[in-house]
Design a protein around this ligand. Structure first.
Ligand code: SF4
Ligand code: SF4
Length: 439
C-alpha cells in the first residue's frame, strides 16, 4: 500500500497558460464579507435543512439558521452577523431551487457564543469528533457535499474500513484551491486527518497528491510527522475520483455501484479535513470556503469567501471577466456546470468559478469515425460510443444494459473525441431518463 499505481484510461487536459499555472502560486486572499448573503438550505447530499429563523431576527456569526433533517443532512449556519431580511427561495448553481435565508450584514462579525463553547482541546473521543462534524455542518468540500459525520461514523459498517484515503489530487483543470490549502494550511489539514483517523477507527491514512504540486507534497510531508503517508501520484485526470484514487493508493477496486467502504476505505477531501480540524479545535461551523477564480478573468486567484456571497462577488474579487466570455462554469473545466447567471450563491461545495471565451463554444458534432479513442480514454472501461448510440435512439434500457449507470460523467470521452460528439452529455441524459423510468 501507499505506492502509486496507474489506473487505465483518463486524459491529461491542458495545464499551462490558461490552466492551473495562472493561480497555483497565488496565496489565498480573505475577502471582506458582502453587505448581504443568501444562504441556501440545500448545499449537501441528502435532505435539505429546515429554516429555523424568522424575518427580522438578529443572528450572530456561526448561529444555526437551518436545522438538519433526517439521517443524511447537515445544519446551515449564518456566515455573517446581522438581521434576517428574507426567507424564501434561491437558485443553486446546479439549476435546482432551494429554500434560503438572506441576512443583511452588520459588519460586526460577532460570533455566536456556541462557537467558543464547543471548541475542544487535547484528547477527544471518536464520538466528539463525529458530533463536531455533524453540528458544525461539515460536508465534503470536493464537490459531492456528502455530510462528513455520516462518513466518519463507521460504527455500523461490517467489516469496518481500515484505510482513510485523503484526496489532495485536484485533477480538474484550472482549480488550485486544494493546492493552496495544502501549502498554506498544512498543519490544519494534518490535524483534520488525525482526527478523521480517530473517528473512523482506520489504521492508516494516505494523502494522494498529483505530482504537479511538489510544494503541496512537501508541505504535507512536513506536516505528517509520521502520522500518515503522503504519496505523489502521476497527474492524470480523473485521478481525484474516489475509485481511481483508492486504486492508485491501495490497489483495491471498488465494485461498480458500491461505496468506498466496500473496499475498506473512507475518502475525504483535504479541504474537508481542514474544515473538520476547525470544527473540532475552534468550534467553527462551515461558514466559508476557498474558491479558485480562473480562466478568462483579469486577476485570477484563490479567495476565501463567505457561504451565501455570490459568484458576482467572486467576479469583483477577480477584477472582472475578460472580453468575450462565452461560458461561466461552477466547478472545474471538465466536471463543472455552466451557469446562466452570475448572481448565484457560493455554496459549501462551490469548487471554482471558471470563465471561458473561445473554448466555451460548443463545437459542431460530426459522425463517429469509429476511432475508439473514447473507449481507450474511459477509466470505467465502458464503450461510450455504444451507450451514446442507444441514448440517441432513446433506448434507455439499452443504454443501461451497456453500462450507462457506471459512467462517472468524468468527460474524458468527450474530451478526446475527434468528431466532437457530446458523449458525456448524451450518457448523462440516458442516466437521468433511466432513473425517472426506474430502469
Ligand atoms: S464520461 Fe462516462 S463514459 Fe465517458 S469516459 Fe467518463 S466514465 Fe467513461
Ligand atoms: S472518439 Fe468519437 S469518433 Fe472516436 S469512436 Fe468515440 S465517438 Fe466515435
Amino acid at each position: 500500500m501507499g505506492i502509486s499505481r496507474i489506473f487505465g484510461g483518463g486524459v491529461h487536459p491542458v495545464e499551462a497558460g490558461k490552466g492551473k499555472d495562472s493561480t497555483k502560486s497565488n496565496g489565498i486572499i480573505d475577502l471582506t464579507p458582502p453587505a448581504k448573503v443568501t444562504i441556501p438550505m440545500s448545499m449537501h447530499a441528502g435532505a435539505p435543512a429546515t429554516v429555523c429563523v424568522q424575518v427580522g431576527q438578529e443572528v450572530k456569526l456561526g448561529q444555526v439558521i437551518g436545522e438538519a433533517k433526517g439521517a443524511i443532512s447537515a445544519p446551515v449556519h449564518a456566515s455573517v452577523s446581522g438581521k434576517v431580511v428574507a426567507v424564501g427561495k434561491c437558485m443553486l448553481p446546479s439549476g435546482r431551487e432551494a429554500d434560503a435565508v438572506t441576512i443583511e450584514n452588520d459588519f460586526k462579525d460577532e460570533w455566536d457564543p456556541s462557537v467558543e463553547a464547543s471548541a475542544l482541546t487535547g484528547n477527544v473521543s471518536a464520538e466528539q469528533i463525529i458530533e463536531a462534524a455533524r453540528s458544525k455542518g461539515i460536508v465534503g468540500m470536493g464537490g459531492a457535499g456528502f455530510p462528513t459525520a455520516v462518513k466518519l461514523d463507521t460504527s455500523k459498517l461490517d467489516p469496518k474500513p481500515d484505510v482513510l484515503v485523503v484526496n489532495g489530487s485536484e485533477c480538474e483543470p484550472y482549480l488550485t484551491s486544494d493546492h493552496r490549502i495544502m501549502v498554506e494550511c498544512a498543519d490544519r489539514v494534518a490535524e483534520g486527518i488525525v482526527l478523521a483517523l480517530k473517528a473512523t477507527g482506520c489504521q492508516k491514512a494516505f494523502v494522494g497528491i498529483e505530482d504537479n504540486k511538489p510544494d503541496a507534497v512537501e508541505a504535507m510531508k512536513k506536516a505528517a510527522q509520521g502520522r500518515f503517508e503522503v504519496v505523489a501520484l502521476p497527474a492524470r485526470y480523473p485521478q481525484g475520483f474516489e475509485k481511481m484514487l483508492i486504486y492508485s493508493l491501495t490497489g483495491r477496486k471498488v465494485p461498480n455501484g458500491a461505496l468506498p467502504s466496500a473496499a475498506g476505505c473512507v475518502v475525504l477531501n483535504v479541504g474537508t479535513c481542514e474544515a473538520l480540524c476547525r470544527a473540532v479545535r475552534e468550534g467553527r461551523p462551515l461558514i466559508d470556503r476557498v474558491v479558485t477564480v480562473a480562466g478568462h478573468v483579469n486577476k485570477p486567484g484563490n479567495f476565501r469567501i463567505r457561504i451565501g456571497a455570490t459568484a458576482l462577488d467572486l467576479e469583483d474579487a477577480a477584477e472582472g471577466f475578460g472580453e468575450g466570455v462565452t461560458k461561466i462554469i461552477v466547478g472545474g473545466g471538465m466536471m463543472g456546470n455552466a451557469i446562466p447567471s452570475i448572481n448565484l450563491p457560493v455554496t459549501k461545495n462551490f469548487g471554482g468559478l471558471v470563465t471561458l471565451a473561445e473554448e466555451g463554444h460548443v463545437p459542431e458534432e460530426s459522425a463517429c469515425i469509429r476511432c475508439g479513442r473514447c473507449v481507450r480514454a474511459c477509466p470505467m472501461k465502458l464503450m461510450p460510443t455504444r451507450i451514446d448510440a442507444y441514448a440517441r435512439h432513446r433506448d434507455w434500457a439499452g443504454a443501461v444494459a451497456a453500462g450507462a449507470k457506471n459512467c462517472m460523467e468524468c468527460g474524458c470521452c468527450t474530451y478526446v473525441c475527434p468528431a466532437k460528439r457530446q458523449l458525456t452529455q448524451s450518457i448523462r441524459m440516458a442516466k437521468a431518463l433511466a432513473r425517472i423510468k426506474k430502469l
